[in-house]
Design a protein around this ligand. Structure first.
Ligand code: LLP
Length: 385
């Protein structure tokens, strides 16, 4: 463990905190660039909802990725981090007027529009500013993903996107409005997807829809297939880098792209998930009547994924080399769902030990809350401690 975690240096930092291994982050970004460079016109927009820590963003920026935003706050955050506005795509089912204005004022690359009323509002606000907004339509492809129900988004029953049946109507409407210009289609079927078949199904659906549009004489320049590539939560040490090669190759093999088209991806978890760990200190070891609890100083306020999605993050005691025993790892919050994992082996644990909760770089720090008036956890890069 000491090869992976600089335990002595971590001991000096107030727990709980996020620790970002920049070697893993850089290797991940290198792998993304190596794979996308194989295919002409492929662009990755980092889905900043996964992690907006400024220090993490500054590394991602070095690698030339664009950005996928879902709020005005995210747009402000990435502009501050120095990302070029003309590589920002802006999605979201309920954009507020000020957020649309912010996007227009900064001439972002495109708005991913999810409804007719939204299209009309964007047209109105753009007209008032004397601008023309580039729009793509988020189409609900009715493609399921093999993932947790809370993070599947591409089924007809989900709130996201525009029904396939309405696609031509909304495009025609956009073409009739003076202050928006139709450029393309946007999709996103869900998150933490490990079966390439799901992406294959989306690619085939996009082909069908493209044929339909071509038959209508509608030109489409941008195909955005969203994000969703998963990571190995069960064995992050064995698989620190997601399978980008297979992911992009799946699209390349199946998605029929016209010569003038560009293909856009919105990857979040796969970019930052494996570089981050939540480091927490054991406050107490309690022997219950049937269980042994390791009570740590991090809680669901610092990492909500286990409580919200039944997610399992691998946990190691990085300060003990004693034989393993079985523990429930629980936080201090007054909620019975404040449990990181149950019945897991840890090297024998005692008060003061440090635990690392792995694969927490995505949807960890950014989803922290102040419930119980707890302070937000801070994030540190490996190269700064
Ligand atoms: N594009 C759109 C339109 C999205 O809604 C999302 C994620 C992404 C891209 C990025 O997906 P990724 O590549 O990270 O899978 N908090 C949950 C995940 C929510 C994902 C929401 N949308 C979790 O902790 O598992």
């Amino acid at each position: 463990m000491t090869q992976i975690f600089p335990v002595e240096r971590l001991q000096n930092i107030r727990t709980p905190f996020y620790y970002y291994n920049t070697n893993i982050l850089r290797q991940t970004l290198d792998a993304i660039n190596t794979e996308t460079q194989k295919y002409a016109g492929y662009h990755v927009h980092y889905a900043v909802k996964a992690n907006a820590n400024p220090k993490v963003l500054s590394i991602i920026r070095e690698y030339g990725l664009g950005i996928d935003c879902v709020s005005g706050g995210e747009i402000q955050q990435v502009l501050q981090a120095g990302f070029p506005a003309d590589q920002i795509v802006f999605a979201g089912v309920g954009k507020s007027d000020w957020e649309i204005e912010l996007g227009l004022d900064n001439d972002i690359f495109c708005f991913n529009v999810e409804s007719i009323p939204e299209l009309q509002v964007i047209n109105q606000i753009a007209a008032a500013k004397g601008k023309v907004a580039t729009v793509c339509f988020r189409i609900n492809p009715d493609v399921g993903a093999h993932t947790h129900a809370n993070i599947t988004t591409g089924l007809a029953e989900n709130k996201f996107g525009i029904a396939m049946d309405d696609m031509e109507t909304v495009i025609r409407l956009a073409q009739s409005l003076p202050n928006v210009v139709y450029k393309g289609l946007h999709f996103h079927i869900g998150s933490q997807i490990l079966q390439m078949d799901d992406f294959a199904a989306l690619a085939l659906r996009v082909n069908q829809l493209q044929d339909r549009l071509e038959a209508e004489g509608i030109q489409t320049d941008i195909i955005n297939v969203g994000g969703g590539l998963g990571i190995d939560y069960a064995d992050p040490l064995a698989h620190p880098i997601p399978n980008f090669s297979e992911y992009f190759a799946t699209y390349h093999r199946l998605l029929k792209i016209r010569p003038h088209q560009t293909v856009h991806f919105e990857l979040g978890r796969a970019v930052v998930g494996q570089c981050g760990s939540l480091i927490t200190r054991v406050n107490y070891v309690k022997q219950g009547s049937v269980k042994q609890f390791a009570i740590v100083d991090a809680g669901m306020t610092d990492l909500i994924r286990p409580a919200l999605y039944d997610a399992h993050h691998k946990i190691y005691n990085i300060t003990s080399d004693q034989p393993e025993e079985i523990y429930d790892v629980v936080g201090p919050i007054c909620e019975s769902s404040d449990v990181f994992d149950k019945d897991i082996p840890l090297n024998r644990t005692q008060r003061g030990d440090l635990l690392a909760i792995l694969s927490a770089g995505a949807y960890g720090e950014i989803m922290a809350s102040r419930y119980n008036c707890r302070p937000f956890p801070l994030g540190y890069l490996s190269e700064e401690i």
